[in-house]
Write a protein that binds this ligand. Structure first.
Ligand code: ATP
Ligand code: ZN
Ligand code: MG
Ligand code: MG
Length: 474
């Protein structure tokens, strides 16, 4: 990719979140992630080009120096900051505008800084050979997987119903979504296959912004409100069926939709519980199951047939959960410490740099949060360490998992026999099809220091809305 010869025709709209818009290269496995800001500021950008560059460099540093060491390097691709020609960015923004979902258009793409984050395209992994069946990539934004146990929690309901489930009531009450999702993160993070299966089924039923499926790099399934060309369950089955035909199913093509979906979810659960690359030596997190069950989950606890082993300690879900749990005090216990830091910075503004409030996100930052004393000694250092931990946990509560499933070729599945025999055997095989998978984590931006007061207000609103309306809704 030559940065001085960029052509908007080589790039296409790929997707977007609340903070950034992503375009993918039509040929190479690359994406560009561009910043967005509120549409009302479209005439005058909220920051200079240098500040935008700094912001993206901070994202790269935070991901590669902080999150990668907490979540595991094997899952992380931090990318690099690139400086693009402004004319290219302007043309690109015009080109993608009509493909953007209407509900995301309260923000506009940054066309002034020319800065972007260049990343590998995780939805069209390089391991895929174009002649074979295209890979399936599943993106899950799992959200927070545990109930707070901090003594600072003031409302009992927060220790019984998880944040995601309460937030759903709030979002429906405020018109953000028409229907409530019955996905519960505590089921996904349980490590119990039945509960995980149940959780993923509900992600498929009501994807909102927590679930997407890509085939050969194209989004084929996402929230209906999210995009015009997103499809319903029948067309998803149409896409999935060829990947899950085997044995008799392949001959008489009588595999029911339910069976296809079950196999698909099964494969996804396997990938989520794997080490992300197939290495062994797994230790189970046996405390897992008892720790969390959300009272709002529709999963029937009596249905559990097999006891859970908890999450394997090298699985992506375990690493994300551990990082989320750096939020030990809950926002209610953290906020007074935030105020302590804020007060200190008012008295000594120059301390902002030494305490690394806005970065740099380097090893020293990581050390500050890892060497935090267990007891509050009243110091600003303790308060800063807890704030840093909380911000890292926030990032882990907001990240996405990308699972890439590549159907195994017949040669990989079976090494014996002649090619013709192999094909024949495979054709009649009663085994479910095999996939090789790779698991990555994306969207690891640092959350700003001053977003903390907003977090407290949001928490209060969500809880009071739930107490008013939630418990009574079906
Ligand atoms: P959020 O609102 O979740 O914070 P965001 O604005 O921070 O989102 P991202 O989640 O990083 O943005 O990117 C938006 C979407 O673009 C993702 O949900 C994903 O579908 C796609 N995407 C991002 N990075 C990549 C990548 N490296 N490869 C493929 N697709 C990507
Ligand atoms: Zn829940
Ligand atoms: Mg995201
Ligand atoms: Mg994000």
């Amino acid at each position: 990719m030559e940065l001085d010869k960029m052509d908007e025709n080589d790039w296409k709209y790929h997707g977007e979140g609340n903070k950034s818009l992503v375009v993918s290269h039509v040929q190479f496995s690359r994406v560009l992630r561009l910043l967005k800001y509120p549409a009302e500021d479209s005439e005058n950008p909220p920051q200079t080009a240098e500040q935008a560059f700094r912001q993206i460099q901070n994202i790269v540093d935070f991901s590669s120096n902080v999150m990668s060491s907490l979540l595991g390097e094997k899952f992380i691709h931090s990318g690099e900051v690139v400086k693009l020609p402004l004319e290219f960015v302007r043309q690109l923004s015009i080109k993608v505008q009509h493909q953007r979902p209407a509900w995301r258009c309260d923000k506009v793409m940054d066309i002034y800084s020319g800065c972007a984050l260049c990343l590998p395209n995780l939805t069209s992994p390089a391991l895929h050979q174009p002649t074979h069946t295209p890979p399936l990539c599943i993106e899950i934004k799992p959200k927070c997987g545990f109930l707070p146990s901090s003594k600072h929690v003031s409302k009992d309901i927060k220790t019984k119903v998880c944040r995601f489930c309460m937030h759903q009531h709030y979002k429906v009450a405020n018109g953000k979504w028409k229907r409530r999702s019955l996905y519960c993160p505590l089921d996904l993070f349980s490590g119990n296959r039945q509960r995980m299966h149940f959780a993923i089924r509900h992600l498929i039923e009501e994807p909102q912004n927590n679930f997407k499926i890509f085939k050969g790099g194209q989004c084929i399934y996402s929230s209906k409100e999210g995009s015009d060309d997103s499809l319903d369950l029948n067309s998803l089955l149409h896409h999935l069926r060829p990947y899950f035909m085997y044995g008799n199913n392949r001959i008489n093509s009588h595999m029911t939709g339910k069976a296809v979906l079950n196999d698909f979810i099964q494969v996804l659960v396997n990938a989520l519980l794997s080490g992300g690359g197939g290495d062994g030596g797994v230790v189970m997190d046996r405390r897992g199951e008892g720790r969390s069950f959300c009272e709002a989950s529709h999963f029937n606890r009596e249905r559990i047939r097999h006891g859970s082993q908890g999450l394997p300690s090298d699985s992506v879900l375990f690493r994300i959960l551990q990082t989320q749990m750096l939020d030990t005090l809950d926002i209610e216990g953290l906020h007074p410490l935030y105020r302590r830091v804020e007060q200190h910075l008012q008295d000594f503004p120059k301390e902002r740099t030494r305490l690394q409030i806005d970065g740099p996100y380097n090893e020293a930052f990581l050390e500050k949060l890892q060497k935090c004393p267990t007891e509050d000694d009243g110091s600003v250092e303790y308060a800063v360490a807890k704030v840093h931990q909380y911000r890292v946990a926030m990032t882990a509560k907001d990240c996405s998992i990308m699972v890439a499933l590549v159907p195994s070729t017949e040669e990989e599945e079976d090494d014996e026999g002649l090619p013709s025999q192999r094909r024949h055997r495979d054709f009649l095989s009663s085994r479910p099809p095999a996939f090789s998978y790779s698991v990555s984590i994306l969207d690891l931006d640092p959350k700003p220091f001053d977003s903390i007061p907003r977090q407290l207000r949001l928490d209060q609103r969500i809880v009071s809305c739930y107490l008013r309306t939630g418990g009574s809704l079906p």
